[in-house]
Design a protein around this ligand. Structure first.
Ligand code: DGT
Ligand code: CA
Ligand code: CA
Length: 364
């Protein structure tokens, strides 16, 4: 049998959940994370909201003012500004755990990844179910992070499956059940079918995927062109050959932590810095990369950022070099550092010396 086993994992209400993780008392209240525009006041949009806020009709992309209206009678509702550095930190840590559960790991975005687990599950969906459960548990116990996983024999169906039941969901679609699973779903469930395409189908009295399957490939090609026509024709039959291709978050090559206390003391900071270096170096070795540029990053007590970096003479993967350079950068930065530091980060970049690697996000 030549069937694959693929996971799509997506973190639940991600930014809002991150806020709940650091302030558990928010868990029982509606929480909306807001991207404020620079016009001031309440202008801007909702990035995401927890499921309590969603019950009141708050949605991603909605103007903040609308969301406030929806929650105006709920005094305990919380509106928070985004904190991307922190969400990235949570994401980095979660992705590390996820990678350890995959044969091939493909990073999609801060809250989402594909895993090819064909080998380690021995192509068994029963083993896959255990593995998925294990991964969910591991994220929950080590990070208090809740996630949803879709499991099937390809990326397309796994992606649809992870969207099927959330939060904290696990939907497993075995190959023989694929068409029955797709049948009742609205056509826009297929990634790539947006509002416009959906309207076109509505005019043709096609609403479900089962109905769409009755349209022959020539008609689809005529409507959308050969490429999209073929994609839709295959998608409604649960066919997708796209491989999970090893891809890391470029940010995996940086580490940032929140310090136990704000500080600008070299001794105090250097201990954390050395640990960050060792942690980052671990990934550098595992992924077999070399770096040429080394940087440190401060998030200062007023939440503003400061960075300092240096280019090395030669590409290297040496921990000693990383440690020495970051400590030097720390020392130099502290000479004129006014505000205490709240978060400290390390990053390496410039992988240009790696043979034939044009795109730093594709390594293997
Ligand atoms: P869910 O449905 O439980 O997966 O909820 P989220 O919030 O994780 O939704 P998802 O996976 O579509 O998006 C991941 C993150 O991307 C989300 O936490 C915030 C951000 N995001 C999503 N939609 C929007 C949007 O319309 N505007 C902005 N600014 N950010 C968004
Ligand atoms: Ca999500
Ligand atoms: Ca997502």
């Amino acid at each position: 049998m030549n069937s694959r086993v693929i996971f799509h994992i997506d973190f639940d209400y991600f930014y809002a959940q991150c806020e709940e993780i650091r302030r558990p008392e928010l868990k029982t209240r509606p929480v909306a994370v807001c991207v404020y525009s620079d016009r001031g006041g309440d202008s801007g949009a909702i990035a995401t909201a927890n499921y309590i806020a969603r019950k009141y009709g708050v949605k991603s992309g909605m103007p903040i003012k609308f969301a406030k209206k929806k929650l105006e009678e709920i005094p305990e509702a919380v509106f928070l500004p985004t904190d991307f550095d922190y969400y990235t930190e949570v994401s980095d840590n979660a992705m590390k755990i996820i990678r350890d559960h995959a044969d091939i790991f493909e990073y999609v975005g801060r809250d989402e990844a594909y895993l090819d687990v064909t080998k380690r599950t021995d192509q068994s969906f029963k083993n896959a179910s255990h593995l998925a459960q294990q991964l969910k548990n591991s994220l929950r116990t080590t990070m208090k992070l809740s996630s949803t996983i879709g499991v099937s024999s390809n990326k397309l169906i796994s992606k649809i499956a992870s969207g099927h039941r959330k939060p904290d969901g696990l939907t497993i679609i075995e190959p023989q059940d694929m068409e029955a699973f797709l049948d009742p779903l609205p056509v826009r469930t297929i990634p790539g079918i947006g509002k416009k395409t959906e309207e076109k189908f509505t005019e043709m009295k096609i609403e479900t995927i089962a109905q769409l399957r009755n349209i022959d490939v020539f008609t689809l090609n005529g409507l959308f062109g050969r490429k999209i026509g073929a994609y839709i024709y295959n998608a409604v039959r649960g066919i997708d050959d796209d491989p999970v291709s090893a891809r890391h978050d470029p940010i995996q090559y940086s580490r940032i932590i929140t310090l136990k206390q704000d500080s600008k003391d070299f001794q105090f900071l250097s201990e954390d810095l050395e640990r960050l270096c060792e942690d980052l170096h671990h990934t550098i070795i595992k992924d077999n990369i070399q770096f040429r540029s080394v940087g440190i990053q401060f998030v200062q007590s007023d939440l503003s950022n400061r960075t300092k970096s240096r280019t090395l003479r030669n590409p290297t993967s040496s921990l000693e070099e990383l440690r020495k350079t970051t400590l030097q950068l720390l020392k130099e930065s502290l000479e004129d550092q006014k505000l205490p530091i709240r978060r400290l980060g390390v990053r390496v970049s410039d992988f240009s010396e790696m043979a034939g690697q044009a795109d730093i996000t594709r390594f293997f």
